[in-house]
Ligand binder design. Structure first.
Ligand SMILES: Nc1ncnc2c1ncn2[C@@H]1O[C@H](COP(=O)(O)OP(=O)(O)OP(=O)(O)O)[C@@H](O)[C@H]1O
Length: 494
């Protein structure tokens, strides 16, 4: 699609935002000409063109007023003076007071005057604990965006906070591939330039070219988009993520005071997504336990708010917060395309083309060369890699089972996948390559596989059954010999 150079100036009043949506194959550049502005909490630098692509939908907000220049042709663009940003800003102030108080408590020093809440009852309810926040809400309520805003405000506060952002929405992919659950300490503002990297770019897929803000996430592989597919596994992975985060906090009590923000899938908000209401409740409980949640934020959903108040109101703070009118309804087709963009970006990086007339553009603050990766395609032996599927049906024909036996594989049972079997489901499958088992044999246990973190992802691009070989695409050159991998239900083809 050809794009004309349609530079257009927008003058934004204080506390308004410019919202835009891009079609596939188009890009946009936004330059802050004067004033101050931010994208989901990440400040824009003046006179630097910020590039957006891959059907990005976002908004430039200003607290004090600004002028921006927009180059390109978004499919939708408008300015809104109705935003929930002051509510989100107040939340940030309350969390900031909690952090300051938690740090003072840790050091045994008096709480600074500015951290004494005077503004609202809600704030005075918060204690000297770091904010450990769970964000719940229905589909397209803006949960991920709120997480970004709150984390970005924390890192911008100038106190050296590096809050943990945990993503337990496998549909979203976070810093890894779709199907992953992950957590990372955030040291710099998370940019928004493309849904291919919704939470900023991670270092794991780019060992050769670390961008300035590259994040080192801890990743587990669930492998499916939907919670109901294996809610027991989800529960276990959430708890694993929590244990890992807690270990990190134990080693770094000061870092702990910055707190944690947990983004959840929309299926946590309605029983239709999970099938069984009980599963939904269990997974919310798993998050609360795993991350020691002390605040639940419910985004614009009265019924869920009442439900959470009833279930947890006596144990922790439950707050209903407004949904932004700017959040875009993302349909199934869009989400599928995003998964493709994410996989492509994981392997090749992502370089958004500048609209005509734009030079020196940046993707969220980084130079464009930081985003180019060169994956390697390698032919390996079937025997080099041990592949499992969690909780799948066995591949043995029913006739091979003892008479009267039914085929029962527990949801948590790792089942070996034989690439030589026709119908193994490996062609084009995304595989998570796992960290090694415990080096001490005595420390090993049956289901250890379920608790191993992910080293990286590969895609099987060809299966040569006669020669017992397969071709895999991987973002790094490392050897796969002796490694263990898990296959889920995600596939990807270039
Ligand atoms: N104020 C806004 N203006 C324009 N676009 C926005 C705004 N807020 C959010 N969006 C966009 O709306 C889309 C959905 O938002 P987001 O991903 O935060 O919702 P969610 O509730 O986390 O979604 P999910 O249903 O996947 O859980 C995203 O593309 C996001 O960038």
């Amino acid at each position: 699609m050809s794009e004309e150079n349609t530079a257009k100036e927008w003058i934004l009043d204080a506390e308004t935002e410019y919202r835009f949506e891009l079609d596939a194959g188009t890009s946009l550049a936004i330059t802050l000409v004067r004033g101050r502005a931010e994208i989901f909490g990440a400040e824009l630098v003046e006179r630097k063109p910020y590039l957006f692509g891959s059907e990005c939908k976002a908004a430039v907000f200003t607290w004090v007023g600004c002028t921006i220049e927009v180059t390109g042709s978004p499919s939708t663009e408008y300015v809104s003076d109705e935003t929930p940003m002051s509510a989100y800003g107040n939340l940030h102030i309350a969390f900031e007071q909690m952090r300051v108080k938690a740090l003072a408590k840790l050091h045994g020093s008096p709480v600074p005057e500015y951290a004494h809440p005077t503004q609202s009852k809600t704030q005075s309810d918060f204690s000297a604990e770091p904010p450990r926040v769970l964000i719940l809400g229905p589909e397209n309520s803006g949960k991920t965006t709120i997480c970004k805003i709150l984390v970005n405000y924390a890192v911008r506060a100038g106190q050296g906070w590096s809050p943990i952002l945990a993503n337990v929405d496998p549909n979203e992919g976070g810093w890894a591939c779709p199907g992953a659950l992950s957590a990372a300490a955030i040291h710099g503002p998370i940019p928004t330039c493309s849904p291919a990297n919704p939470l900023g770019s991670a270092a794991t897929s780019a060992p050769a070219t670390l961008s300035s803000n590259a994040i080192l996430p801890l990743v587990y592989w669930y492998g499916h988009a939907e919670m109901k597919r294996n809610s027991l596994l989800m529960d276990r992975l959430i708890r694993n993520l929590g244990i890992n985060v807690q270990e990190k906090f134990d080693q770094d009590p000061e870092g702990y005071t910055a707190g944690i923000i947990v983004d959840t899938p929309s299926s946590f908000a309605s029983s239709s997504g999970l099938g069984v209401n009980d599963h939904r409740q269990k997974l919310i409980r798993a998050c609360i336990d795993a991350f020691r949640i002390n605040i639940i934020l419910v985004v614009g959903h009265e019924k869920l708010n009442v439900e959470m108040q009833r279930s947890y109101g006596s144990l922790l703070t439950v707050l209903k917060i407004p949904k932004s009118g700017g959040v875009v309804e993302l349909d199934h087709g869009y989400r599928e395309r995003i998964h493709k963009y994410q996989m492509h970006a994981y392997m090749y990086g992502e370089m958004i083309p500048s609209p005509p007339g734009i030079k020196g553009g940046t993707q969220g603050g980084d130079t464009l060369t930081d985003f180019i990766l060169t994956p390697s395609s390698n032919v390996i032996n079937f025997s080099d890699l041990t592949i499992y599927r969690i909780g799948a049906e066995t591949m043995a024909p029913s006739s091979a089972l003892p008479i009267g036996a039914t085929r029962v594989v527990s949801e948590m049972q790792p089942v070996l996948v034989d690439p030589a079997q026709p119908g193994s489901g490996l062609l084009n499958a995304v595989l998570a390559v796992l960290a090694p088992y415990h080096p001490d044999e005595n420390e090993r246990y049956d289901e250890e596989l379920l608790d191993l973190t992910v080293l990286g992802f590969i895609v099987v691009t060809n299966l040569d059954i006669p020669h017992k070989k397969m071709t895999v695409l991987s973002p790094t050159q490392g050897s796969l010999v002796g490694k263990t991998a898990i296959v889920g239900s995600y596939e990807w083809q270039e």
